[in-house]
Design a binder for this molecule. Structure first.
Ligand code: COA
Length: 252
């Protein structure tokens, strides 16, 4: 009996210490990643933190099968914070939801450690299918404001998703993705080079043909002069002249 009580109390202590460690990690995440944070007491007011903590309570109920209570906690959290996290979502340590309003995280989402999400981010599904249908987000990923990450895709560790991006395919680790549909612009800090699209440097096919014709005529004149034994030396071929600038028509 006494041994039983001691066992329970040791278990409760271990659980409390785990909860306190998680709380400390969440606070540290906000302090480290928000340059506007001046003190811990200020951080305690952040609704991003409140949403994460309420989610941790909701998830604990969810995994124990208390689906209604879990959903109730999550809905209350949504009402208070403007952040909707399904109680089934699995979230690692140190998640920081900055500003937060409008964030939606779906049921089968998995989020690693030290991830940062800004306001308006959706980690959602693409249809009504069951099973795993939401993203898996690696450690230290940053998802910019308003980005939509949709489907059971994988965002690799240390990836960055640009503000407003719509991502529907896997993103490799350490890759920065922007735009709609999301496209990589940097890998491991190095710019991804694409085709030359600067309008003033577009090739000019008409100028190139004229240049080639001029060269050919000069060659033919030279050959004609040498077969006729003419006295005149052929003129040296002129260096190619740059083609006329390509102007793109202005709109309006
Ligand atoms: C995606 C992001 C992380 C890239 O930052 P970065 O590594 O410094 O990259 P750069 O600024 O050098 O941009 C690289 C290219 O992507 C483009 N780009 C950057 N962010 C973009 C975005 N959100 N949407 C579309 N294009 C973007 C840049 O114009 C640049 O294009 P270029 O190569 O044609 O010049 C950053 O721009 C971003 O969106 N961060 C989210 C910030 C946020 O949500 N803040 C909320 C505060 S409340």
């Amino acid at each position: 009996m006494v041994a039983n009580r001691r066992g329970r109390s040791a278990h409760a202590k271990r659980r409390l210490s785990a909860v306190l460690n998680t709380v400390r990690d969440d606070l540290r995440a906000a302090r480290d990643r928000d340059p506007a944070a001046h003190s811990t007491s200020e951080i305690l007011l952040y609704q991003g933190l409140h949403a994460v903590w309420m989610h941790r309570a909701a998830h604990a109920l969810y995994v124990r099968g208390h689906r209604f209570s879990a959903r109730l906690v999550s809905q209350v959290s949504r009402f208070l914070t403007g952040i909707e996290i399904h109680p089934g979502a699995r979230i690692g340590r140190g998640l920081f939801i900055d500003h937060g309003m409008g964030v939606v995280i779906g049921e089968t989402t998995e989020i690693g450690d030290d991830v940062t999400l800004y306001q308006g981010v959706t980690l959602g599904g693409t249809g009504k299918q069951g099973g795993k249908r939401h993203p898996t987000v690696g450690d230290r990923v940053i998802v910019g404001t308003g980005a939509q990450v949709l489907g059971p895709l994988v965002i690799g560790e240390d990836a960055k998703i640009g503000a407003g991006a719509i991502v529907i395919k896997d993103v490799p680790a350490e890759t920065t993705v922007v735009g709609n549909p999301g496209r990589p612009v940097a890998i491991s800090g190095r710019r991804v080079s694409g085709p030359e699209l600067e309008h003033t440097r577009l090739p000019d096919p008409v100028a190139e043909s004229l240049e080639s014709l001029t060269r050919r005529i000069t060659e033919l004149e030279h050959q004609l002069g040498s077969t006729q034994g003419g006295p005149e030396a052929p003129p040296a071929p002129r260096p190619p002249t740059p083609g006329p600038e390509v102007r793109t028509p202005r709109k309006g």
